[in-house]
Design a protein around this ligand. Structure first.
Ligand code: COI
Length: 355
């Protein structure tokens, strides 16, 4: 781990607030940001003095390595405000640890826990008025790191910028989510960076996802790059399949992100006596289950997406509509999860952390 200067955070408050300009009842996901951001630079092999300052654009040298070689990683987390106006994070240690795993894979420096967690807590405290109460409201937290070192030589940068920005949000998807199962394109390959939350993993999905959007689908479910026979993840979320009364989800791997919501739902399902099998799920099994009526539900799980039911899927130009069901496991798990996150139900797992 890199050396740390355990300096106090310098706080530069904005003279004015944009909060009154925001229509909180009509938010488009991730498009509005609070008054401040957290920033800490890595230079000369050390983390520098952290600062919280007004949210604003900043200058970068055109030869910064992030633009040329894509050294960029991020996390997605949420904070919730309960009925007593206390603010809670959900499993922040999971995001912190995954961030540093991504950093290691992308040859970037690890961010010390003190910088990450203190920065996050103090930023949330300062912009606390932007966190709205009530189920469905949350503050989406986007920690990220980019390579700021200059020069177009293809080596890892020496300098980096770590930042946290905050965006008040409601739901990520609105309306029906129909998915296309990938037959040709891949999200990740063994030995690659699929398990890292690297910006490039998302860029690589945009072109095939655009094609899917044009064909009327909101998302792609990626299949394994070697055989395109195994169902992997949807890119903005991990996926679960319910066949009869058992939930199936792919194991995390070098290609599949170790989703915090995914692992939480697995634990919640077990606690609710819902059978869960973590094993590769074949496209052929899914098609067969859709044909014989044993496929009951498909849903995505992610911080942004929470639990997003999928209404149907297409594979090899055949569309399979899922049955409308009365007792949805997706909804049962979503209720349990969001009750815990919003402190409407006791958190017996110890996942919620007060700031
Ligand atoms: C999240 O769920 O937080 C993510 O990072 C997915 C992102 C593409 C919105």
């Amino acid at each position: 781990m890199s050396t740390t200067q355990t300096n106090k955070i310098e706080i530069l408050k904005s003279a004015t607030s944009k909060i009154n300009e925001v229509d909180f009842g009509n938010l488009s996901f991730g498009s509005v940001f609070t008054d401040h951001l957290f920033e800490c630079d890595f230079k000369n092999g050390e983390w520098q003095k952290p600062v919280i300052k007004p949210y604003a654009p900043f200058l970068l040298d055109p030869s910064s390595r992030v633009f040329h070689y894509g050294q960029a990683i991020f996390e997605g987390m949420k904070a919730y405000k309960d009925a007593n106006d206390d603010v809670w994070l959900f499993r922040p240690d999971e995001n912190y640890n995954r961030f540093n795993k991504s950093a290691l894979r992308m040859a970037m420096p690890e961010v010390p826990e003190e910088i990450f967690m203190n920065g996050l807590n103090q930023l949330l405290q300062l912009d606390e008025a932007w966190i709205k109460k009530g189920k469905g409201n949350a503050m989406y937290i986007r920690p990220f790191m980019i390579a700021t070192g200059t020069g177009v030589i293809a080596n890892p940068s020496h300098d980096y910028k770590f930042m946290i920005i905050l965006s008040p949000v409601t739901s990520y998807y609105s309306g029906d989510v129909k998915v296309l199962i990938a037959e040709h394109f891949s999200r990740a390959a063994n030995g690659g960076i699929g398990a890292a939350k690297a910006a490039g993993n998302y860029a690589a999905q945009f072109y095939p996802t655009n094609l899917a959007n044009q064909a009327g689908f909101q998302q792609v479910i990626w299949t394994d790059d070697a055989t395109h026979t195994k169902l992997e993840e949807a890119g903005t979320m991990n996926v679960f399949f319910r066949i009869n009364d058992t939930l199936f989800t792919a194991p995390v791997s070098e290609r599949i992100l170790d989703g915090v919501t995914r692992k939480t739902l697995i634990e919640l399902a077990k606690s609710e006596n819902i059978a869960v099998e973590i094993r590769p799920v074949l496209v052929s099994e899914l098609v067969e289950a859709a044909k014989n009526g044993s496929l009951k539900e498909i849903f995505g799980a992610g911080t942004a997406a929470v639990v997003s039911p999928i209404s149907g899927f297409s594979y090899q130009d055949v569309y399979y509509d899922l049955p409308k069901i009365e007792k949805s496991v997706a909804i049962q798990l979503k209720d349990k999860l969001t009750n815990i996150q919003n402190k409407l139900e006791e958190d017996t797992f110890g996942w919620t952390v007060k700031i």
